[in-house]
Design a protein around this ligand. Sequence first.
Ligand code: MGD
Ligand code: MGD
Ligand code: MO
Length: 706
Amino acid sequence: MEIDVEDGRMVRVRPDGSQSPYGAYLCPKGLASIDFHNGAENRLLQSLKKRPDGAFLPIDATQALDEIGAKLAHLLAAHGPRAIAVYHGTGAYRSVLGAQMERAFLAAVGTPNFFSSMTIDQSAKMVTMARMGVMASGKHSLRDTDVALLAGGNPVVTHQGAPFALAESGAPAKSFQAARDRGCKIIIVDPRRTETARFADLLIQPLPGHDAALFAAIAHILLRDGRHDGDFLLRWAIQLDALRIALAPFTPEMAASRAQVPVEQIEQAARWLGEAKRPYAGSGTGPSMATHSNLADHMIEVVNALAGGYRRAGDIIRNPGTLKPKDGVEMAVSPSRSFEHAPKCVSADVGPLLGELPTALLPREIAADSPDRIRALICFGGDPLKGMGDPGFATAGFDKLDLLVCLDSRMNATGERADYVIATSQPFERHEISVPGDALFPEPFVQYTTPVVERPKGVIDDWAFFWAVAARMNLSLTFKYWTYGARFEDIALGLPLDPEQRPDPEALCRFLASESLVPFETIKASPSGVRPDLPPRSILPAPPGSTGRLHLCPPDVARELADLAAEPEEVGYGYRLICRRILHALNGAFVETREVRRRFPVNYAHMNPDDMAAAGIGDGDLVEIASPYGVIRTLARAESRLRPGVVSMTHMFGRLVGSGDPVADGGANVGELTSLTQDLQPINYMPRFSAVPINVTAVDKTTLTA
Ligand SMILES: Nc1nc2c(c(=O)[nH]1)N[C@H]1C(S)=C(S)[C@@H](COP(=O)(O)OP(=O)(O)OC[C@H]3O[C@@H](n4cnc5c(=O)[nH]c(N)nc54)[C@H](O)[C@@H]3O)O[C@H]1N2
Ligand SMILES: Nc1nc2c(c(=O)[nH]1)N[C@H]1C(S)=C(S)[C@@H](COP(=O)(O)OP(=O)(O)OC[C@H]3O[C@@H](n4cnc5c(=O)[nH]c(N)nc54)[C@H](O)[C@@H]3O)O[C@H]1N2
Ligand SMILES: [Mo]
């Protein structure tokens, strides 16, 4: 971005395409973030402390750090490291030094209690990695794929791409158009004709919650027709026979009747994937939030394994990473089944997935009758009480905390219940380096940015919070370049930090560039970023004697498939509620901007117009939505993009618990319709956030004014 600053204030912004791999591109949230920096949306400019009567008073940041450090030191001494937990929310992913310092802090405390929004998002993908294993070669890039299938994701709106869905996270529509122009066929599986579906060659609009059956059927067809890659499977996979047996009931007809789609569409998707040279099957949040999410994701990866969805030796690696380059190898890594091993939760017999414990268990981990229960929670850039749903249950757990601290620049539902809300900086006020995007950009790119404007006086950086609190706890931190999948203690290279000497953020960024293919000084000299011209790399052949294998159908997956095949139809509810995101907000962030408020005074219940006519619901009518777990009210809105039988709503709107008047509340919290005790997935305890059974009834609007 190119930003004009006048008198220390950002006034105008333009996209800068001079180096970016996406070209010049800016999304509405990028624009809105300038206003937010400047104080829109009631940005917090001072830290707050809750008084005994519940009111918040401003507190000097140093004073707050002293108090929090003392309290944490006491809890650590009295109860051990497990007393302290961190929740890492969506905001923390964009706070690069903050996220790395948080890792150093957790390691120094020695607590396994790391939770994040990932486990209430697409943790089905983590479960599949742990149960099936992974190909170290990774998947094809959108730029190389000839058939691309995306189930339940809408990247044109969400910009969600690698490593989950295939899309580019900047200028996503342009990248889909380019793929089509190359002749790539695009298949979208979504109950809603999404903005992304305008690029689809085939749109399948199933009833939600049936992806496991749909992808089992696609795998069934690939095996039936012999369109699977036998050599690859022989070399890298086991349990093909068990898979065949388990998939037998999942005929295309069976899946078609469950998902209520034409059987020809399932056959066609399978044929295209089977014929493709470099197919890609992936998903967004839809299948990962709906019924049988873990099984759905496992079946999607089974389709990739059968159809050739993983890169092979000799395939090009478009971006091996610049700051921390990595080779790709055609090699299977056997499943870790990490969730079966210590350190386990205290409230359930389950261990970590990629080093994280399930967020849906957080309230129970706090309330547990155990000496190892969580007593202090640091919530870094998130709103877990709203994000995890079932607010009654979640809040009851959180109320048992001795200390709740939120690092945020907004007051949110979790912040309202915190003992301290620490006002932290925003990206244009701090040092950032492109660690999160490093190997995810579509081609090599690296960028380092320094503050464009000074941060407001009462505000501190996220990283400084973790460093300063650790110093007050007499803990020594070692700063490292941590990436997903790595164990902190296994990372050799570390920068020991002096608790007496505040680190220089530029030195921290320089350290993160220790292994960079572009020297830090070169990166620093080009504020637009560097798009290095690196010699092409390709996937290496496996080292001899590689013993890793993909487990296509372990016994638990076989059992889940059998249960699914025998499952009776869910009856008693007229509709299924599905998830959906909007362009101008990012979960709870930016919801209070004028632009979002103008477009969405509430998060509407979008419905198919025929469904509305049949139920006597008019556009804009007040409706009551009841699931087995709760009731909310909002306004209905007709949308012909939705297939009949589904209602689509955005999360993170309204009050944590609605008053009954959605207009006064600014929307409704769909989390009230979900449960933290029932309908959870095994292993990751993922709640059912999509395909939620609901009934919708019109309510007389005059009840609001009465
Ligand atoms: N503008 C914007 N961008 C965002 C966000 C935001 O709030 N706003 N949030 C960010 C976050 S945290 C995330 S995780 C990503 C998510 O990125 P996406 O996964 O792309 O998010 P959604 O737009 O919710 O897309 C989910 C799709 O799944 C469909 N769906 C629902 N249930 C089912 C089902 O059972 N089966 C199938 N096949 N489809 C189903 C829905 O109709 C919807 O189109 O976006 C990120 N980017
Ligand atoms: N029913 C239902 N529930 C859902 C979902 C759904 O689709 N339906 N989606 C799920 C998903 S995918 C997710 S990711 C979760 C979201 O859950 P969370 O990630 O817990 O919630 P967010 O609203 O994204 O919270 C982000 C916070 O970070 C703050 N923030 C922004 N930038 C910074 C920064 O630089 N530093 C700091 N310290 N804070 C910052 C923002 O102000 C905001 O308060 O919700 C999940 N819950
Ligand atoms: Mo998410």
